[in-house]
Each structure stands twice: as structure tokens, then as C-alpha cells.
Design a protein around this ligand. Structure first.
Ligand SMILES: Nc1nc2c(ncn2[C@@H]2O[C@@H]3COP(=O)(O)O[C@H]4[C@@H](O)[C@H](n5cnc6c(=O)[nH]c(N)nc65)O[C@@H]4COP(=O)(O)O[C@H]3[C@H]2O)c(=O)[nH]1
Length: 557
């Protein structure tokens, strides 16, 4: 017995007879008693199978049995049970004690309770493959399952589908109501999606508001669309979170496997591209991948990468378009960004601004625009009447950032532009999410002396009466109404109504896109206050603008 290491502190030790049938225990140490809850008297002369329970792996039991029969060492971690029924992870080492003839007389077992470590290990393994917030699988798990299911589908000549689900307008919820609410929304979304699918489907979250669903063994490709439609309906139900009632929609991209599929990851990319297409089509919709989408989106992705370079290499330029009062005096200027792509030439802001908005690149770009416009305006100011302002377009992402006001104040401070020389143009859509916070921001801006214009008025969903709640100074009627104002009595009536109501609310009205003198006359007759359009001047770089101003002033003399 002296060979038995009595000083093994927290390791339990047991010794059993090797030559008696069923290997009865003859000794256990106090650590064994502590770990298992059994006293020596209770275990003596018994086989140690009393440590086994419902979750003990039979294959491991067999391994131990084999080792004992063959009289060799064995080490393994096995699920064992204490006297009170609680399970624990037992790291066991069993070794034979041999007589001179080489045969085992006893077996010594050293047991170690590693439950804590094992639980931690399990937890780590779980986290490596699961999303901590929703408990759904993560990208790693998805890719694993995708590979597995694609192999199966190939073998059985079946088709599978990947659905890329991205929530619409989730970011403003996070930004305005806070991350705690945003997290709750994501958990609700995960549960709704889970309830709407079959157990054999794999649902994962890729982070942010992106969920991905794998539908194996489709009977019919249309089934994927039916599932997507069902999910859109489920997600559109209102969400009650704390005191908020929220409405959400999603855009879903679908990719279907075919016999030629070589790389399963391609399915994921295709579903992602189709999802982008769904977003472009106005959201709350689904789109199935086609090769045509691939081509268009590749262009977009290239543009996105080029945009990053454009920001660092300052390939942008600001053009300024004058705004005139009804008497033809200068009212101010609108700053409009231009991108001169080194290879593709000028790219329309209508194309790259939405991409910059999606990728967040708009923040850096807007900062550049604001600084450049401020500096240029200060150079022009001595030539301008006092009331003139520089109008700058605000992007939704910029406006909803918590740091928006402080960074704007800083820019004004650094450039020296007085707030009373600045006008911000924002679209109705910006104000639709979390209107209360948006109105607070508008009050703060006006408190500083900045003027606010609602841009593209008439294209959004705001009712005219909604205007009365907004601390704004001007509305700019969208170009699409001005275009047909002469020919279309309906458009003329809309413009007349907008101007009358705006004046009733003591707001100024700007008409943009004035291209003909007939349109100009019509607008003047309807009492429009400010006019902007190619009829008077196109947007132009700073130098030509200074010449244009000089000519204007000459003509005024
Ligand atoms: N056909 C026609 N068009 C006219 C006429 N007068 C002005 N325009 C165009 O109408 C657009 C007016 O700008 P917007 O509605 O704010 O619409 C802008 C604005 O939403 C956005 N954008 C431009 N610059 C910036 C910027 O610096 N920041 C942000 N966030 N958005 C910008 O891109 C949009 C498109 O800008 P642009 O292509 O420069 O297009 C400009 C301008 O060139 C006219 O008589 N006829």
C-alpha cells in the first residue's frame, strides 16, 4: 500500500482487487468520499459501477472494462454520479499494481472532479458556434451545416435554399431607443423566426440584424419563397418592448442550389446579393438570386471599394447651385457633392450617396462636405447680402448619430462659419423614426441659429398637417412636381396647396428644378418664395461660381 500516493490532495483515490471477480473496492481516501458522497463502508467490496448513471457513455464503460481485463492503464473523462444523484465530470486515471510475476494484484484509480472546468469548456465550445444574444447558431455553425447539407443534397439529388434575412431600418431603433431595446428586438425576431420554421432547418444570426436560414431538402423550389413570405408576415407583426410599440420589416434574399454548385459558400453570397436587391426594391420584400443581380451588384461592390479610396484620396469636389428670391436676388447656395472617379469619370451623387449611407462612409464624406462648404462660403461672404446662407444636405445616418450636434458645433467653431450662415436640408424620411428625438435635435439646431429646410417635399409620406409640429423654416418642393407644373393641372394644384399651407404655417417655400421661364412664371403666380434650377444656374465649382456672382452683381447695377 505504501506505493499509493496518500498525499494526493483533492484527487480521490480508490483501490480495488484485481484478482477477485468484479474488482471489489477495498479502499477509498477522504477526497473520494468528499467528491462522491459515499463513505468507505458504503463502497467496500462493491464494484465501482455505482458511480454510473443515465448519462454515462456506455462506450466509455466498455473501454474501462477492456483496460481492466487487459491489465493496462487507462485515462478518460466520464460522466459519473454522486450519492445524492448529482452528475459530475470525472477525470479518471486507472493503473494496475503488479506483483513480481507481472500480473495485476490491484487497480488504483485516481479520480478528479473537473465539472467546473468541463462546464466552462462546454460553454466555450457553445460560444464558438453560437450567438450570445439570441442563442442561435453563428456564422461558423452555419458554414459547417451548409457544407454538410450541400453534401447530402448532392448525394440525394435534392435542392436546398439559403435565405438571407436583413431587418429594414433596424439601425435607427438602436441609435434612438438604445441598444437594450435593439437587443430585445433581435431576441423577439429570433424567436419569431424559430417558431416559423421546421426543426430540420438551420437558423443562425450573423451579427447585427442579419439572420440566415438554411432549408435542406426542398420538395419544390417555390417552397423557399413561401417560407420567405411567411417570415415577412411574421416579422411585420408589432413588437411590444417596454413601453414601445415597434414595427419592423425585413428584406429577404433567396439562393437555390443547383447540380453545378461547387462551393457552398457561393450560395451565401448569392442570397446576400439577392437581399441587397430586395432592399433596393423598397424593402419588406423578397428576391431570388439571378445572375443578372450578380452583375449589377458586383458593380456596386466595386463602387463601394472605390468610394473608400475616394475618401482617402479626396477625389470629391463641391459644386454650388445658387438659389434666387422671387425678385431675382441671391438667396443662398446649395452645396452638392461631386465624385470625379479617376477611371469612370463623374459619378452621380444619386448613385454613390445611398451606397455611402449603407456602408457608413457617409459620415466621413459629410464631414468633408461641411468643412469645405463652410470654408468656401466664408470666402464668398464679403460679396454676398447679409441674409445669404449655405445649404448643406444632411444624411439620415449623420443626423441620427448621438454625436451629430457636438461634431457640428465643433466644425462651426473650427471653420469659423457663423451658424446663422448655415442651412441644413433634410428629407422627411429622416424625421419619421423616433420623431420626438428628431424634433429635439431640430430645436437645438434652430436654437443655434441654423435654418432648417425639408427637402424633396411631397415625395415622402408626411401629411401636410404634420409640418405644423416641426421646428423648421422652409420646405423645398420636389423637382418632380415642378417638372409638369405647366402641363399638369393636378401637379399645379398640389404645388398651390403646398405653398398655401406652408405660408399659413409661416414657412418659406423653395421650388427646385426650375428649368423654363414658363415654370418660373407659374411659380411666381403661386407666390413661391425662392427658386432654384438650371434656368438660373447649374451647380458649379467654386471658381466659376465667383465669376457667376460677379456677373450677377454687374447686371444688378
Ligand atoms: N434636372 C434638373 N436637376 C436639377 C435642377 N436644379 C438642380 N438640380 C439637381 O437637383 C438635385 C438637388 O439636390 P437634392 O434634391 O438635395 O438631391 C441631392 C442630394 O439628395 C444628394 N446629395 C448631393 N450632395 C450631397 C451631399 O453633400 N450630402 C448628402 N447627404 N447628399 C447629397 O444627391 C442628390 C442629387 O444631387 P445632384 O445630382 O447634384 O442633383 C441636384 C441638382 O443638381 C434642374 O433645374 N433640373
Amino acid at each position: 500500500m505504501s506505493r499509493i500516493p496518500g498525499a494526493i490532495h483533492s484527487n480521490g483515490v480508490l483501490i480495488c482487487e484485481a484478482r477477485s471477480e468484479d474488482f471489489p473496492i477495498i479502499y477509498v481516501n477522504p477526497a473520494f468520499v468528499e467528491i462522491t458522497g459515499y463513505e468507505l463502508e458504503e463502497v467496500q467490496n462493491r464494484n465501482c459501477r455505482f458511480l454510473q448513471g443515465p448519462d454515462t457513455d456506455p462506450a466509455q464503460i466498455n473501454d474501462i472494462r477492456q483496460a481492466l481485463v487487459q491489465q493496462r492503464d487507462i485515462s478518460l473523462t466520464i460522466r459519473n454520479y454522486r450519492k445524492d444523484g448529482r452528475a459530475f465530470w470525472n477525470n479518471v486515471f486507472i493503473s494496475p499494481v503488479r506483483a513480481n510475476d507481472g500480473h495485476a494484484t490491484h487497480f488504483v484509480g485516481i479520480i478528479n472532479d473537473i465539472s467546473e472546468y468541463k462546464d466552462h469548456e462546454n460553454e466555450l465550445a457553445f460560444h464558438a458556434t453560437h450567438d450570445a444574444l439570441t442563442g442561435l447558431g453563428n456564422r461558423a455553425l452555419f458554414e459547417d451545416r451548409l457544407q454538410h447539407d450541400v453534401d447530402l443534397a448532392r448525394r440525394h439529388h435534392q435542392q436546398l435554399a439559403v435565405l438571407f434575412i436583413d431587418l429594414d431600418e433596424f439601425k435607427p431603433i438602436n441609435d434612438t431607443l438604445g441598444h437594450a431595446v435593439g437587443d430585445q428586438v433581435l431576441i423577439h425576431v429570433a424567436r419569431r423566426l424559430e417558431e416559423a420554421i421546421r426543426p430540420s432547418d438551420t437558423l443562425c444570426r450573423f451579427g447585427g440584424d442579419e439572420f440566415v436560414l438554411l432549408l435542406p431538402d426542398l420538395d419544390d423550389p417555390h417552397h423557399a419563397q413561401e417560407v420567405a413570405e411567411r417570415l415577412l408576415l411574421e416579422l411585420a407583426q408589432p413588437y411590444r418592448i417596454d413601453r414601445h410599440e415597434l414595427y419592423l420589416s425585413a428584406s429577404i434574399g433567396i439562393a437555390l442550389s443547383d447540380e453545378a454548385l461547387e462551393n457552398p459558400a457561393a450560395l451565401l453570397q448569392q442570397a446576400d446579393m439577392a437581399m441587397y436587391k430586395a432592399k433596393q426594391q423598397g424593402r419588406n420584400t423578397l428576391q431570388t438570386f439571378t445572375y443578372d443581380i450578380n452583375q449589377k451588384l458586383t458593380q456596386r461592390v466595386t463602387l463601394r471599394n472605390d468610394l473608400q479610396e475616394a475618401i482617402t484620396q479626396e477625389q470629391f469636389e463641391l459644386h454650388y447651385q445658387p438659389l434666387l428670391t422671387r425678385d431675382g436676388d441671391i438667396h443662398g447656395f446649395e452645396a452638392l457633392v461631386r465624385w470625379n472617379h479617376p477611371v469612370k469619370g463623374p459619378i452621380s451623387p444619386g448613385l454613390f450617396i445611398p451606397i455611402a449611407e449603407e456602408t457608413g462612409q457617409i459620415i466621413g464624406l459629410s464631414q468633408w462636405v461641411m468643412e469645405r462648404a463652410a470654408k468656401d462660403f466664408l470666402k464668398l461672404q464679403p460679396l454676398l447680402p447679409n441674409h445669404c446662407r449655405m445649404a448643406v444636405n444632411l444624411s439620415p445616418m449623420q443626423f441620427h448619430r448621438p454625436s451629430f450636434l457636438s461634431s457640428l458645433r465643433k466644425t462651426l467653431e473650427v471653420t469659423g462659419l457663423p451658424p446663422t450662415a448655415l442651412e441644413l436640408e433634410l428629407t422627411e424620411g429622416i424625421l419619421m423614426n423616433d420623431t420626438e428625438a428628431a424634433i429635439d435635435t431640430l430645436h437645438a439646431l434652430r436654437g443655434m441659429g441654423i435654418s432648417i429646410t425639408i427637402d424633396d417635399f411631397g415625395t415622402g409620406f408626411s401629411s401636410l398637417s404634420y409640418l405644423r409640429h416641426l421646428p423648421i423654416d422652409k420646405i423645398k418642393i420636389d423637382r418632380s412636381f415642378i417638372l409638369n407644373i405647366v402641363e399638369s393641372s393636378k401637379d399645379a394644384a398640389v404645388v398651390q396647396g403646398i405653398i398655401a399651407l406652408a405660408h399659413h404655417l409661416e414657412l418659406n417655400v423653395v421650388a427646385e428644378g426650375v428649368e423654363t421661364s414658363a415654370q418660373q412664371q407659374h411659380l411666381l403666380a403661386l407666390n413661391c418664395d425662392v427658386l432654384q434650377g438650371f434656368l438660373f444656374a447649374k451647380p458649379m465649382p467654386f471658381e466659376p461660381l465667383t465669376h457667376w456672382l460677379a456677373v450677377q452683381q454687374q447686371n444688378a447695377l
